[in-house]
Design a protein. Sequence first.
Length: 190
Amino acid sequence: MKGVTTVCLWVALLLALVAANTSSDDNVVVHRRRLSVESMSFVASAAAPTPNPTTTTAAPKPVTPALAKLTKKQQKAKNAADKKKAKEDKKKAKAAAKAKKAADKKKAKEDKKKAKAAAKAKKAADKKKAKEDKKKAKAAAKAKKAADKKKAKAAAKAKKAADKKKAKEDKKKAKAAAKAKKNADKSAKK
């Protein structure tokens, strides 16, 4: 096919040259120019790819008034359906927003109630603990006082006993010293 196209191109060029450079007769020139144009047309048609019958697309069907009417009707129906869907979607979104708002409000109320109950329970627990701590502190103070009293009593008793013992010993020593002095004085007189 490529070879045929090349040959046709050469033929067309030669005819064009001949038409331009030969007779000056108007009729002959016109005739030869026509041949040149026809040759070029032939070359163009030869160079064009041959359509494949298996791949050719079918010609579009003419739009009849009935088809146009049907298409318009379908478009109208589609527009109506789209509008209806948009309206329903808006309604659903509004209902969902309302439900969410109600749920959020309910949750906030419950959270507030829970927080209040927790605060009350904490206050009661703190009060109870403070009472118990006070009771424990009082008991501890009482126990310490009793222990201190007992300790002081024991210390006083021990001191009294020690003082008594010391006084007895001092008396004994004084008696012994007096006796020894008496004996010494008696011996000195002899």
